[in-house]
Design a protein around this ligand. Structure first.
Ligand code: PLP
Length: 399
């Protein structure tokens, strides 16, 4: 057997599977919107663990919720028994959204895979086995498991793993093409991110979302909104669909849901839910008492109108600064976004800009070759945004 050694200069720890090009510093502590490395250097975190740490790092309320949950002595009991925290969390999500039923799981990809299963079951009862196709859009990112990879439009992620799950296709972000592709005899569901995150922070026009809602309703096709990145307050509304004045049949959530613990959720109408019976789907860990108690605290904080107003006002500041750069900085081509979810197209490679910003104590993440994402914790301040913009422009000049 041949072994491959990781070169000594590699930032990748030798015992970890080589799936990420990790930055070389080691993060050892977090406080609010800052992270600190082993050498004591501070970084302003405009990644929030890729849109996860909405309340920032080391939040006192999350810590208190964790302690309360631990006091029960319960971390996990499986889904064989009832437990109040998961039931209460589901009730709260139902109160706050269009949904009537919720399924909890452990990640975003898992939430989307769960959504695919519930819509297929619903569609089969409606139109028989022929009505099974799931359609995703050009530029979509829905996860890296087999079915979600088939719904993810990244050739380099997909190619090495073919064959992907069948009955899942990608269609252009174009109403005319969708009118042709969405045949109600074959298609069970259309899945859409109201703002495409990994695909470059593309905000769908409310009119487009309204049109696909009307089209899917007319043809008895389920509309799944993937709000894993844009949901739970990031756009300044609790759910991004609110901006378009529509409601989906199914919505998936994950990232910020449990304050940094891995949790996903599939929210759905009772019409979709009624087709699912015990045994159709399941998970060992999903919605356990500890994580659900913490998530309930997080959801209440993110749904607080004062939090959403803060996101809207900080989003206005961040958006104005980034849009200003499009006109003033020749290295910036375009800005797209909403709330505290922005993408900036730049001329240098995104990885170089991210590295230069990191050197200067600002953490950013790319979305494709030339797009930088700005995803700060939702508790970011105006002063922190102003500082980040100054550091970013220096980094961009140096890249
Ligand atoms: N859907 C969207 C819109 C995402 O942004 C992501 C992750 O970036 C996922 C799904 C997959 O989530 P996870 O990485 O938790 O599986």
């Amino acid at each position: 057997m041949t072994t491959m050694t990781v070169p000594a200069t590699s930032p990748t720890a030798a015992a970890l599977l080589n799936t990420y090009k990790r930055a070389p510093m080691e993060i050892v502590r977090g406080a609010g919107c800052e992270l600190f490395d082993a050498a004591g250097k501070a970084y302003l975190d405009f990644t929030a663990g890729i849109a996860v740490m909405a309340l920032g790092h080391g939040d006192a309320g999350v810590a208190a919720a964790m302690r309360e949950a631990l006091d029960t002595g319960l971390i996990h009991i499986s889904n064989l028994y009832r437990s109040e925290p998961g039931e209460k969390l589901a009730e709260r999500l139902v109160e706050l959204s269009f949904a009537e039923r919720v399924f909890f799981c452990n990640s975003g990809a898992e939430a989307n895979e769960g959504a695919f299963k519930v819509v297929r079951k619903w569609a089969r009862q409606l139109g028989g086995p022929a009505k099974h196709e799931i359609i995703a859009l050009r530029g979509a990112f829905h996860g890296r498991l087999f079915a979600t990879l088939a719904a993810t439009d990244r050739p380099q992620y997909r190619a090495p793993f073919r064959p992907l799950a069948g009955g899942i296709g990608i269609v252009e972000r174009d109403l005319d093409e969708l009118r042709v592709a969405l045949d109600g005899e074959r298609v069970a569901a259309l899945i859409v991110e109201p703002i495409q995150g990994e695909g470059g922070m593309r905000v769908f026009d409310p009119a487009f979302l309204q049109a696909i809602r009307a089209l899917t309703k007319e043809r008895e096709i389920a509309l799944i909104l993937d709000e894993i990145q844009c949901g739970l307050g990031r756009t300044g509304a609790l759910f991004a669909y609110e901006h378009a004045g529509i409601t989906p049949d199914v919505m998936t959530l994950a990232k910020p849901l449990a304050g940094g613990f891995p949790m996903g959720a599939v929210l759905m109408t009772s019409e979709i839910a009624n087709s699912t019976q015990p045994g159709d789907h399941g998970t060992t860990f999903g919605g356990g008492p500890f994580i659900a108690h913490v998530a309930r605290h997080v959801v209440d904080r993110l749904a607080d109108p004062r939090m959403l107003a803060h996101v809207r006002s900080m989003g206005t500041l961040l958006g104005a600064a980034l849009e200003g750069m499009v006109h003033q900085n020749p290295r910036v081509r375009a800005a797209r976004g909403m709330g505290l979810m922005w993408g900036l197209d730049v001329t240098p490679p995104a990885a170089d800009v991210v590295a230069q910003a990191r050197e200067r104590g600002l953490l950013l993440v790319g979305a494709g070759e030339h797009t930088i994402r700005f995803l700060p914790p939702l508790v970011i301040s105006a002063a922190q945004i102003a500082h980040a913009m100054k550091v970013f422009e220096e980094a961009l000049a140096a890249a």
